[in-house]
Design a protein around this ligand. Structure first.
Ligand code: WQD
Length: 337
């Protein structure tokens, strides 16, 4: 079975390629290398002993996407990661996000709808829920008006897939990630640090390495136990394994609807301060931080109800917050050697 992984040299994509190879799938990766590097291929090979086929491809170029599928007509499934994903950047540059996250999805689906059947796994996000009323968040929680163009592209993407699957032979699974963190235990692949990290965990590990003076904690006056926001931090390897299980569900025709949706989280919420303490525990370092003003657009809390993923998809996150933080720290130390 040949599986296309778009954005397969990215953070979650590369970890998913490893798990696909571990399950014996033949993988072809396309990536435009805008937010990663070819060295990730070496990291994957160092883990699995196999180099996935790779083509540099900008999915915004419709002709090139058509040409790719002409040359690779034996693709059974697609896991689609390729997208821009910086919430803040999307506010200042919405058209970059609508072109890169929406046009590319349309061009991919236009190719897949020509096949006798196609399995499509979509990288979505808990951001579609906005500030959900009830915790933990279930898949039928209402979709709120997007807080950013990035979040909107995930909502629109889900709608495009749903409308298309209804009238084509495409079967799809939408995976709504909570907060992916950590790195492969081998420290051969991880979250590549390009620019100043917007996300909490890479900023913590870079501060731990002395690359940043101190962490700014965006507000401690929220209505939570310690006043800081709560999120569901899930180890990226657990997340990657869920993609393989979801793909196998479709390939084995176990899906009970043309489009299924699953929340991918641990089911446990952790505050910013708890993440800091977890880092201090696994690294043995005191993390310098200061409390600053709230960040625009942050929700107070978001953590997953994992019943559907556990009982229907048959997947459950295995790693604890501390294990995930330890892997993130190991990766940070490795790349700074
Ligand atoms: C987590 C918590 C911050 C940085 C976003 C996207 C989501 C997904 C993951 C793409 C929040 C606090 C952060 C810092 C801080 N991205 N924080 N100081 O915002 O939950 O989710 O990234 O798929 O779609 O929305 O993640 O890591 O940015 O923030 O205090 O320097 O850490 O306020 O409470 P977020 P995050």
């Amino acid at each position: 079975m040949k599986i296309l992984v778009t954005g397969g040299l990215g953070f979650i994509g590369s970890h998913t390629v490893v798990e696909l190879q571990n399950e014996g799938f033949e993988v072809i990766v396309v990536d435009d290398l805008s937010n990663t590097s070819l060295n990730v291929l070496d990291g994957i090979q160092n883990i699995t002993g196999k180099v996935p086929a790779f083509e540099k491809l900008d999915l915004r170029d419709k002709d090139k996407v058509q040409d790719f599928f002409k040359r690779h007509h034996d693709i059974s499934g697609v896991i689609h990661f390729a997208a821009s994903k910086a919430v803040g950047e999307s506010v200042g540059n919405p058209l970059l996000y609508y072109e890169n996250n929406i046009n590319t999805l349309v061009y991919l689906l236009q190719e897949l709808q020509q096949k006798p059947e196609a399995s499509f796994i979509f990288s979505s996000s808990c951001t579609v829920y906005g500030q959900a009323e009830k915790m933990p968040i279930t898949e039928d929680a209402s979709i709120q008006t997007a807080m950013s163009p990035y979040g909107n592209t995930k909502q629109i993407g889900e709608e495009i897939i749903t409308d298309t699957a209804k009238v084509t032979n495409i079967n799809a699974i939408l995976l709504r990630y909570f907060n992916p963190i950590g790195s492969h235990p081998s420290a051969e692949i991880g979250e590549l640090p390009i620019g100043v990290p917007q996300n909490l965990v890479p900023f913590i590990t870079q501060t731990g390495m002395g690359l940043r003076n101190e962490l700014s904690v965006y507000g401690d006056d929220y209505p939570t136990l310690d006043g800081t926001c709560i999120r569901d931090y899930i180890h990226v390897v657990d997340l990657a394994k869920a993609h393989v299980i979801a793909l196998q569900r479709l390939l084995n025709k176990k899906n009970t609807a043309k489009v299924e949706t699953f929340n991918l989280g641990t089911g446990t919420g952790s505050s910013v301060l708890e993440v800091i303490y977890a880092f201090e525990k696994v690294s043995g370092k005191k993390l310098p931080y200061k409390i600053v003003a709230r960040r625009e657009g942050d929700v107070v809390e978001a953590y997953a109800n994992t019943d559907k993923a556990n009982n229907v998809l048959g997947w459950k996150a295995q790693s604890t917050l501390e294990e995930a933080m330890a892997s993130a720290w190991k990766w940070e130390q490795k790349i700074r050697k």
